[in-house]
Design a protein around this ligand. Structure first.
Ligand code: NAG
Ligand code: NAG
Ligand code: NAG
Ligand code: NAG
Ligand code: NAG
Ligand code: NAG
Ligand code: NAG
Ligand code: NAG
Length: 342
């Protein structure tokens, strides 16, 4: 990143073509299609295993699949079907290869969900695919509607955040005991204007390099914002007022933060993946566009984890599953290594 930025600055100074700002990055970025699902699959979330494989959560059935990003085509394996549920909307890893998946009853066709249907399951991926994933229920959420975003507060204590996008609140769950409660409900997690739709969508902890305060960053789909609230790193509870970090991010779904606090986000209805600069707030379109159907319904992003994947951004789209023109859900890899500090 440093080298290319410096290069751009020198170029800009010498011939005046490029400028000394984030727009000097080469966009659209290079994108590889890792896997294109058929039109009977809608995707929602993804996670990356330590060994580099992606785990994708289906939106139109409670299935999770593994996709090997190094084997284009023919690289998809079924991991598990959660019987008795209609959708798998959230995933987080607590210890190595120990994932927690949120499932519930939501119809992707009419977007009607069932209050009290969500549960969270532990999915032990150790040894997969040689050994089957071992799956057990951790907690049932009788007061919840659609559990979506998940983030680890502490591996040691087993505390995680679990967002409810339909209620517009964030819960805290202890994955070891199953105990959970509603922890955060503020003007930026809620659905506003108050009708149907999604409120809080993605949630990620971040500690700025120059500060001792830890923040919970959250995207709000309906409000089109990313906000943050300072938290107590042990309990996960807020210790101050929430503030907006960036607004006018139409239908922002999942996002990822790099070490500097630059935000990489999926803008669902704009079919775009964007980068928001942590200093200037400049929004740079990395790939896609309103009328470009390659990335129809951009929904989730996460950084790669292996050495060879450093600065690569994995991304999924749902393909416009319920639209007349369904292009099929996709898993992509965006080359963001020049602009992400990971
Ligand atoms: C960045 O550079 C571009 C290209 O020259 C220019 O159009 C844009 O206004 C600049 N943006 C900022 C925030 O300085
Ligand atoms: C679509 O893909 C899924 C997941 O790979 C598979 O289970 C299903 O059989 C496929 N459906 C069709 C019609 O090919
Ligand atoms: C993967 O499969 C798709 C659809 O069958 C095909 O168009 C594409 O060329 C294949 N990619 C590779 C790398 O084989
Ligand atoms: C969820 O949907 C499945 C399949 O339709 C059904 O068997 C199950 O009882 C539903 N659960 C709840 C809590 O509504
Ligand atoms: C995961 O499964 C492996 C193999 O069965 C087992 O040794 C390990 O204890 C399990 N881990 C957890 C956290 O359940
Ligand atoms: C969140 O807070 C608002 C405002 O106080 C309240 O109206 C709403 O019922 C709360 N949501 C839940 C799920 O308790
Ligand atoms: C940390 O740095 C950011 C910009 O890089 C700045 O906006 C912020 O005020 C700094 N915070 C502290 C506590 O110095
Ligand atoms: C909001 O973002 C859109 C692009 O998504 C842009 O066209 C518009 O000018 C922005 N509005 C404001 C007020 O910044």
């Amino acid at each position: 990143m440093r080298i290319s930025l410096l290069f751009a600055i020198i170029l800009g100074a010498t011939n005046g073509i490029l400028c000394q700002n984030a727009s000097a990055y080469n966009v659209p970025v290079k994108v590889e299609t890792i896997y294109h699902f058929n039109s009977s699959v809608s995707l929602e979330k993804l996670a990356i295993r330590k060994s580099g494989e992606a785990i994708v959560c289906f939106d139109n059935s409670a299935d999770i699949y593994q996709v090997d990003p190094d084997l284009i085509n023919g690289s998809v394996r079924h991991i598990h079907t959660f019987e008795g549920y209609l959708t798998a909307h959230g995933i987080v890893e607590v210890e190595d290869d120990q994932f927690y998946v949120a499932v519930s009853n939501l119809s992707v066709w009419n977007h009607i969900d069932v209050l009290g249907s969500p549960s969270i399951f532990h999915v032990n991926m150790t040894g997969f695919p040689e050994h089957r994933a071992r799956v057990r229920e951790v907690a049932h959420f009788p007061d919840s509607r659609i559990l979506n975003a998940m983030e680890v507060i502490s591996k040691e204590t087993g505390l995680i955040y679990v967002g409810d996008s339909a209620l517009g609140v964030i819960n805290i769950l202890n994955v070891n005991t199953g105990h959970h409660y509603m922890a955060i409900n503020n003007s930026y997690t809620t659905i506003y204007p108050l009708d149907s739709g999604n409120g809080v969508y993605g949630i990620h902890l971040f500690q700025p390099q120059n500060e001792s305060t830890k923040y919970l960053y959250l995207s709000n789909f309906k409000q089109g914002i990313i906000a943050r609230v300072p938290i107590n790193p042990e309990s996960g509870l807020p210790v101050g007022e929430p503030t907006v970090v960036v607004s006018n991010l139409t239908s922002v779904a999942e996002f990822a933060l790099d070490k500097e606090g630059n935000i990489f986000a999926a803008l669902f209805s704009l079919n775009q993946f964007v980068r928001v600069d942590h200093e200037t707030n400049e929004v740079l379109v990395l790939a896609g566009g309103r009328n470009i159907d390659t990335y129809t319904k951009a929904v989730s992003v996460v950084f790669g984890r292996t050495e060879s994947d450093k600065g690569q951004l994995y991304a999924v789209t749902n393909g416009g599953f319920t639209a007349l023109h369904n292009v099929g859900a996709g898993l992509f890899r965006l080359d963001t290594q020049d602009m992400a500090v990971v």
